[in-house]
Design a protein around this ligand. Structure first.
Ligand code: OOG
Ligand code: NI
Length: 461
């Protein structure tokens, strides 16, 4: 029998092998990431593994996929359900970016601490929003919905196996093998010719709309390795002649602990694709829709910590607008030092970030009573805090990643009201709860605090 986490790990590995064959620059990125991680481990020792074991980090990937309809999204949820991955978080990228990205998104990922430690594979999953009149007029919307209704992304055999794996939590070896083959195949780039005129029509609205709704299949858009020093990775990729986007998205590198998520990317090369011309001829053309991305992960912030992060982003924007020649990273660093404490302990005590708490094995054993508050428990060595790694995404960074890899701005009609999509809408469309990431971190933290309280005989820690 193959369990869900084994299916998840195997799927991530096979997807990585497949994507490496399709996009060779990805293989370079994975190699350079591994080198950087080994170097960090050598120089920092155990500190390098504070946010995950080196084996977790080396295998860790996130994927990005894009689908067209709620029906397709429900099918994706069944496939990821088989892998023990659940929808977490709602991201509205129609609002976040200056350029037009007509999608709303969620991320499928494991939610349980143990499952995350085994393999944290996550997939940022976007769904096209044809009902948003800022992007699609009624005629184009109708043509698009009609096109999408006529395609099948996932074969019934795959979905049936997925349902069995989700219900049973495992699959017999032969079925697991079949499931994995079909699942990886569903995300390969299709050789089927692309209708050139239809693709171009959608491209005028948005390159992302064309990538999703211009073809009769789906594909993995990118697969992102995790690196322990993203600044060093950026330097090494640039040295190899790979042109990176000009920034690392997310928090700056600063003197305090790494928090949330830092990401950067490069545009992949145009890929040969068969195109069908309006005359019906099939010609060989090229489309440039996929890219390489890499990320560094830090500690999960609490709601309050996150609000502070969002305020900081806004402050950096304001300053940068007033001082167009200032170094943005430098600016961010100094504002951060003003508004965020620069130690794990202060982040914990001020409730700005999430940790699990554990009774310290070397706590005072002289018969004294433990103190009451978290601050004193930590300070006096009764309790240790282990940071929770941020397992999710950042809407602003995601929009930046989408945007920086598009050559064309696309178009958006600002006179129209946007169609309403939110987390509740998405839960409804999926027929599954879209989970709140903050709740998940909080629950994990609270469980550990309750355990500490029990072990130390406290009312509440
Ligand atoms: C998703 C872009 C967002 C991230 O890591 O923030 C993303 C896409 O291009 O489909 O992958
Ligand atoms: Ni990504």
């Amino acid at each position: 029998m193959i369990s869900q986490w084994q299916l998840r790990a195997a799927f991530a590995q096979r997807l990585s092998d497949m994507y490496g064959r399709e996009v060779p620059a990805y293989t370079t990125l994975v190699e350079v990431s591994r080198e950087v991680n080994e170097d960090v481990l050598r120089t920092q020792g155990a500190d390098a593994e504070r946010l995950g074991s080196i084996s977790r980090v080396t295998a860790e990937r996130h994927g990005a996929i894009r689908v067209g309809t709620p029906e397709e999204l429900r099918q994706v949820a069944r496939i990821f359900g088989a892998l023990g991955m659940h929808p977490v978080g709602f991201y509205d990228l129609r609002e976040a970016a200056a350029s037009a990205v007509p999608v709303v998104s969620t991320a499928f990922r494991p939610v349980d601490g143990e499952e995350l430690a085994r393999n944290p594979f996550r997939v940022f999953t976007s769904m096209l929003t044809p009902a948003d009149p800022r992007f699609f007029d009624p005629d184009l919307r109708a043509r698009l919905e009609n096109f999408l209704a006529g395609r099948q992304l996932f074969p019934p055999e795959l979905l049936a196996l997925a349902d069995r794996a989700e219900a049973a939590g495992e699959l017999p070896d032969a079925d697991a093998e079949r499931f994995l083959q079909l699942a990886v195949q569903a995300f390969e780039l299709s050789p089927e010719p692309v209708d050139q005129a239809w693709y171009a029509t959608l491209e005028r609205v948005s390159a992302v709309a064309a990538d999703i709704g211009g073809v009769r299949s789906t594909h993995i858009n990118h697969l992102t390795p995790r690196v322990l020093d993203i600044d060093e990775l950026y330097r090494r990729m640039t040295e190899r002649g790979i042109e990176m986007i000009d920034t690392i998205q997310g928090p700056p590198r600063w003197k305090g602990p790494d928090v949330l998520l830092r990401q950067t990317s490069f545009r992949a090369l145009a890929e040969p694709r068969a195109l069908r011309t309006p005359d019906g001829d099939v010609i060989s053309g090229a489309l440039r829709v996929r890219f390489g991305e890499v990320e560094a992960r830090g500690i999960a912030l609490s709601r309050e910590g996150r609000a502070r992060y969002d305020r900081l982003l806004a402050r950096v924007d304001e300053h940068a607008a007033r001082l167009p020649h200032a170094d943005r990273a430098e600016l961010a660093r100094s504002l951060w030092a003003e508004e965020l404490p620069d130690s794990e302990q202060a982040l914990a005590v001020q409730g700005l970030a999430h940790f699990t708490y554990h009774v310290a094995p070397d706590r005072p054993q002289d018969g004294s009573r433990p103190p009451a508050g978290l601050h004193d428990l930590l300070e006096q060595g009764w309790v240790r805090a282990e940071p929770l790694v941020y397992e999710d995404f950042l809407p602003r960074s995601a929009a930046g990643i989408f945007q920086s890899n598009l050559s064309d701005e696309g178009s958006r009609n600002q006179d129209q009201q946007g169609a309403a999509y939110d987390s509740a809408w998405l839960s409804d469309a999926l027929g599954r709860d879209v989970l709140d990431p903050f709740d998940l971190y909080e629950e994990q933290q609270n469980r550990s605090l309750a355990q500490v309280a029990r072990e130390l005989g406290l009312d509440a820690a």
